[in-house]
Design a protein around this ligand. Structure first.
Ligand code: ADP
Ligand code: GN1
Ligand code: MG
Length: 378
């Protein structure tokens, strides 16, 4: 997507009746997919700030469906949070409709070669006085994120999953991700396969693993739940003062799915001792301590509603979400970095390598992971 001029960017705000002369807009956050901006009042620090986002239309081909899901789910969550005595303005995302009452501001842009295309913008209330983390700073913070994601799952347990749109088809269908990987190797679009043969082999050797959860799902052995599907630590906002997990954000991929995927993606990202893109692999380890802290806290929230089979598959969730994410990073590296935002050469390859390291250590510790899960249930 092209970068908008400052004039175009400020112009977008007219659709929300925000006086563009009175605010500052600056890029914000570190997501890999959408473009995020923070909107502040220039003169009044006490007035409401906003998060303005351009939805990545290449990734989310039907942004209206994304917003339908988000509006419906956040409205549902807000009611539950209110009934529990919480503050819905801080504990869930709040979509601000445009002056026409729409959840999306769709604008037409003329590209350099005179083609017209559409961009999809949305506005959320900025949740003030929060912090977020790119890596687990402590056992307690990681456990707090588990409580936040656990509450999210629990509050949505009676939401009819079948009414949600599938915003990205077969998003966590790991065998499908494996097939996409094979296609990328074959195409070798930018002649990079020769630069990552050991990494390619790592995934080729694990094709069978990719099927474990998908087979159970297809054989109706696991319940389909309302899931978030992108449960990274940095998709939770923490209260700056109390350190409590406050608000689950980044709801684009809320869809029907497996709890093992949500649990697993959190472990993938947060039970690592390093950043997701750490180039120095000696710093990257799968921490059983972090794993246990998350598991105990998550199961306190969600354990009571889980089936025995769901519980038994959690450890696979962690292993497979890490394997799948590594596969996706390597597929994107092979395709020429078209999906995930990159900030440096070989960024996707660095990300792939951290995931490989984590999968390897999870494989070694798999029995211990299972034990911790079973022990934490009670
Ligand atoms: P992406 O899909 O690109 O990851 P996110 O929706 O996660 O985008 O937003 C990117 C970052 O913006 C988050 O990590 C968080 O720091 C910040 N952010 C997003 N929404 C809000 C909000 N409503 N209030 C405060 N910060 C937010
Ligand atoms: C992307 O948008 P963001 O940065 O929260 C990706 C996730 C990956 C993650 C890896 C829609 O998440 O699936 O796990 O990067 N989101 C999408 O960091 O593909
Ligand atoms: Mg995010």
């Amino acid at each position: 997507m092209t970068k908008l001029s400052s004039k175009q960017l400020y112009g977008i705000l007219n659709q929300w009746d925000i006086d563009s002369n009175k605010v500052n807009i600056r890029p914000y956050g570190s997501g890999h997919i959408n473009d995020t901006y923070l909107i502040n009042d220039k003169n009044n620090p006490n007035s409401t700030s906003y998060i303005l986002q351009r939805v990545n239309h290449d990734v989310f081909t039907e942004p209206e469906k994304v917003m339908r899901n988000i509006v419906d789910v956040t409205t549902f969550l807000a009611k539950k949070i209110g009934a529990e005595g919480g503050n819905p303005r801080r504990e869930t995302l709040n979509v601000l409709p445009t002056v026409d009452g729409e959840a999306l501001n769709i604008i037409e842009i003329e590209s350099a070669n005179d083609e017209v295309y559409q961009e999809y913008w949305r506005l959320y209330i900025f949740v003030e006085d929060t912090v977020d983390f790119q890596q687990s700073p402590s056992l307690e913070i990681f456990a707090e994120s588990a409580r936040a994601f656990g509450r999210f799952a629990r509050r949505l347990i009676d939401y009819p999953a079948g009414t949600l749109h599938e915003t990205i088809e077969r998003f966590h269908d790991t065998p499908k991700r494996f097939d996409d990987f094979l296609i990328a190797i074959k195409a070798d679009q930018v002649a990079r396969a020769k630069t990552c043969q050991p990494e390619i082999n790592f995934f080729l050797e694990r094709e069978q693993d990719c099927h474990v959860l998908q087979d159970l799902l297809e054989n109706d052995q696991l319940p389909v739940r309302v899931t978030h599907n992108d449960t990274k630590l940095n998709n939770v906002l923490f209260d700056r003062e109390t350190g409590k997990g406050l608000c689950v954000i980044d709801l684009d991929t809320v869809m029907p799915g497996l709890l093992a995927h949500d649990y697993g993606d959190s472990i993938r990202f947060g039970a690592s001792t390093a950043l997701e893109d750490e180039p120095d692999l000696t710093k990257v380890h799968f921490s059983l301590e972090l794993f246990e802290a998350y598991t105990v806290a998550y199961l306190t929230e969600v354990g009571p509603v889980m089936t025995e089979k769901e519980l038994e598959t959690l450890a696979w969730g962690a292993r497979l979400m890490t394997l799948e994410c590594g596969l996706r990073f390597l597929t994107d590296y092979l395709a020429g970095d078209t999906y995930f935002k990159i900030e440096r050469k070989n960024h996707n390859l660095d990300r792939t390598r951290t995931q490989i390291k984590l999968v390897s250590e999870m494989e070694v510790n798999f029995d211990k992971m299972q034990e911790i899960i079973m022990k934490s249930k009670n």
